[in-house]
Design a protein around this ligand. Sequence first.
Ligand SMILES: Cc1cc2nc3c(=O)[nH]c(=O)nc-3n(C[C@H](O)[C@H](O)[C@H](O)COP(=O)(O)OP(=O)(O)OC[C@H]3O[C@@H](n4cnc5c(N)ncnc54)[C@H](O)[C@@H]3O)c2cc1C
Length: 247
Amino acid sequence: MDQWRKGRVIENRHWNERLCSLKVAVELPVFKAGQFTRVALPDGDDMLARAYSLVNAPGEPYAEFYFNKVPEGPLSTRLHQLKRGDPLYISTTAAGFLTLSEVPECQHLWMLATGTALGPFLSILKTDEPWRRMDKIVLVHGVRSPDELTYQSVIQGFIAQHPERFESVACVTREQISGTLPQRIPEAISSGDLERAAALTFDPAQTQVMICGSPAMVADSMAALKEKGLRKHRRREPGHISVEIYK
Ligand SMILES: Cc1cc2nc3c(=O)[nH]c(=O)nc-3n(C[C@H](O)[C@H](O)[C@H](O)COP(=O)(O)OP(=O)(O)OC[C@H]3O[C@@H](n4cnc5c(N)ncnc54)[C@H](O)[C@@H]3O)c2cc1C
């Protein structure tokens, strides 16, 4: 059973008609970058709760969630409407295995995200750990349209801090945008376009991949990576791919 801490909305940034980032003043659970917690609003005598990844890094003085308004979605449509000062509830615990503590040592780290699944990777990239452990990091964000390429100033900040070690690649499927790939992430893996765009190969001897997104995106990306010789990482059977599925 969840226990709840009451928080207050500091900001509800609407990037477009669907995408939002909520910043919340709340006592945060202990968490590792990349983990999720549960967010809730009262619903009659119950709480209506869903899992959301934390976009903020441990130590930042607020909680941040990045989400989209799912059509007819019970909670996301209500979160979308929240205003500064409104109350909402955060679980007292965090969970999830999309963390660097689960990722074996490697030289090259790829982070593959679609849509709002970008959030946990921003949390990880804000910490020191990936920059201490990996030589090169590639962040891949798959979206349908360019107005979904959010958090560009944060990503530009990583590029400015680590120009030789960080690559950011966007895959935009519904419009041709210069400087982006026009395929879904799995197709960009299979075609080799993603490796060319990042100037890095999926060499199994050097590579770890973290994937976050919908069930279809995660399954299709894993299948494409398998063709490159990478397999799922398990604690008892070390491999190359760690995943979190938003469903
Ligand atoms: C571990 C975990 C972490 C998650 N973190 C995030 C996050 O950081 N940001 C986020 O936006 N969502 C996240 N989700 C999904 C989130 O928990 C909700 O399901 C989503 O916000 C919709 O909630 P809802 O109550 O409006 O509709 P629901 O009743 O939960 O879902 C309605 C439908 O929408 C689909 N759906 C779920 N998530 C999405 C999505 N992101 N985009 C499109 N369709 C979706 C569901 O599969 C379902 O078919 C996460 C899910 C899990 C399991």
